[in-house]
Design a protein. Structure first.
Length: 163
């Protein structure tokens, strides 16, 4: 069975003085671009979402207006690919399309680990701006996406920078 994984970087955030990184809110541009991403993502019939607990990721997910069951995972805050894959691997098998909203550089590094030589590799290596996302076709179960055993296990079918 093939599943669809969407890995998205949070929207552009503000950097107000005195606010901890975890609590940084989205900038107006971030809300706008996340809303555009949400419009584009509607065609994928997302079943569930995993989201970092950071304020900017939560606001990004809210701005997409995708009304799906969501797990807010502290492990996704500034996560490396291994942590991201661990969260994905714990996803219930009933989920066919999963959206993950997290941070740079973990999101693009995870994409490149899953599909290191796909048609979008050069674009992703060149830049992965805020609100960008990649759509990845994943063969098998979510639990198959274990750190270290995933190189080449999936195929990036779309890379989008909503502007």
């Amino acid at each position: 069975m093939t599943r669809t994984l969407i890995l998205m970087r949070h929207g552009k955030a503000e950097s107000p003085f005195g606010i901890a990184d975890h609590d940084r809110p989205l900038a107006p541009r971030g809300r706008h671009e996340a809303a555009l991403a949400g419009e584009l993502l509607e065609r994928y019939d997302v079943d569930a979402a995993l989201c970092s607990t950071a304020e900017r990721t939560r606001q990004t997910l809210a701005a997409t207006e995708l009304d799906v069951p969501t797990e807010f995972s502290p492990r996704l805050y500034l996560a490396d690919p291994e942590s991201i894959l661990l969260d994905i691997a714990e996803t219930d098998d009933s989920v066919q399309t999963l959206l993950v909203v997290a941070h740079f550089p973990g999101i693009p590094e995870t994409i490149l680990q899953l599909d290191p030589s796909g048609p979008h590799t050069d674009e992703i290596l060149d830049r992965f701006p805020t609100s960008a996302y990649a759509v990845i076709e994943v063969p098998g179960e979510w639990s198959d996406l274990q750190p270290g055993a995933t190189t080449g296990a999936a195929a990036v079918t779309e890379f989008t920078i909503p502007r």
